[in-house]
Design a protein around this ligand. Structure first.
Ligand code: FO1
Length: 310
């Protein structure tokens, strides 16, 4: 019998592990819980980048060069906006806009983000469960030295994550709650994984949902993170830069320390095999996921290793 696996993810890095897991686990054995701190309102539309990155990756629609958005998407809507003098800084493809329109309408009709996420994924043939971390709106806010406080996508996309970060907060998270769907998934989990997503930008908002940490710690199961830092560098994005700015060492070990009691297992790359990690169970193997077969083998290796110590 396959293990019940729950994996926490953010955007592109996490989507790669989720893709690998979805290849080896049947739909009823995998739940993917996704960060929604990156979500925002844009031109009246509710845009949920990490949820969509997971959905497009698992459905095979994703633009593989970017890791987000839809392959071959056009930009007629954004080009038409430019006629009105708009200078769009956030690339919304025409097909991608269909997703945001339907989600925005469903939310206006009173559906939960969980419900509409399931509908959209099902329509695209994604059978594994994809759940937002919460149904409440949460917005990651980035306080920067040079530009003051910025909304997440303004920091990340508009300013290309160049402003120096002082601190982060998750607006609205105090009023957020763990959904019944997330609770049920965690209650029946045999293994909890944290993908190689940015710990501060992608995983911290999930852990900040009131009750989430307690729920993760309530069961005596393997709780394993895959390092997003390899040889002191981020595989993609601002993780390493952010670590320096927030006062951490740029190492996989600092990631393990940051997760603290949340994890009891940690997977690093072979290049980091020499690090002494203060985690109960550690493993090292190649964790770079460039190709599709890399994603599947990383997922397999992680699960096989965990099965050996449970
Ligand atoms: N990332 C960019 O760097 N530039 C963009 O213009 C951009 C547009 C975009 C549109 C839809 C979507 O689902 C994701 C998009 N992303 C874009 C990615 C996204 O901003 C980030 O990767 C995540 O929020 C971080 O996990």
């Amino acid at each position: 019998m396959a293990l019940n696996v729950v994996v926490f993810v953010g955007g592109v890095g996490g989507a790669k592990l989720a893709y690998g897991l979805a290849h080896i686990l049947p739909p009823e054995n995998l739940t993917i819980i996704v960060n929604t701190g990156d979500d925002f309102w844009h031109y009246g539309l509710r845009v949920c980048p990490d949820l969509d990155t997971i959905m497009y990756t698992l459905s095979g629609l994703v633009n593989k060069t970017n890791g987000w958005g839809i392959d071959g998407d056009t930009r007629a809507v954004l080009d038409a906006m430019q006629r009105y003098g708009e200078a769009p800084w956030f690339q919304l493809g025409d097909q991608d806009i269909a997703t945001h329109l339907l989600r925005t309408q469903a939310l206006a009709d009173g559906e939960t983000l969980t419900q509409i996420t399931t509908k959209l994924n099902t329509a695209l043939g994604v059978q594994h469960r994809v759940l937002p971390m919460t149904d409440a709106p949460v917005a990651t806010m980035v306080d920067t030295v040079d530009q003051g406080e910025l909304a997440f996508q303004t920091y990340f996309v508009r300013h290309r994550w160049q402003p120096v970060v002082k601190s982060l907060r998750f607006e609205g998270v105090e009023a957020a709650a763990v959904t019944p769907e997330v609770r049920a998934a965690l209650q029946s989990a045999d293994v909890i994984l944290i993908g190689p997503s940015n710990p501060w930008l992608s995983i911290a908002p999930i852990l900040a949902v009131p009750g989430m940490r307690e729920l993760i710690l309530a069961y005596d199961v393997p709780r394993v993170a895959v390092s997003p830092i390899i040889g002191g560098k981020a595989v993609k994005g601002p993780a390493a830069k952010l670590m320096v700015e927030l006062g951490y060492e740029q190492t996989a070990q600092a990631v393990a320390d940051y997760y603290g009691e949340v994890i009891n297992g940690f997977v690093v790359d072979t290049v980091d095999a020499g690090l002494s990690l203060g985690v109960q169970h550690t493993a090292n193997f190649e964790i770079i996921m460039n190709s599709e077969s890399d994603r599947i083998s990383v997922a397999k290796n992680v699960l096989q290793w965990i099965q050996a110590w449970v």
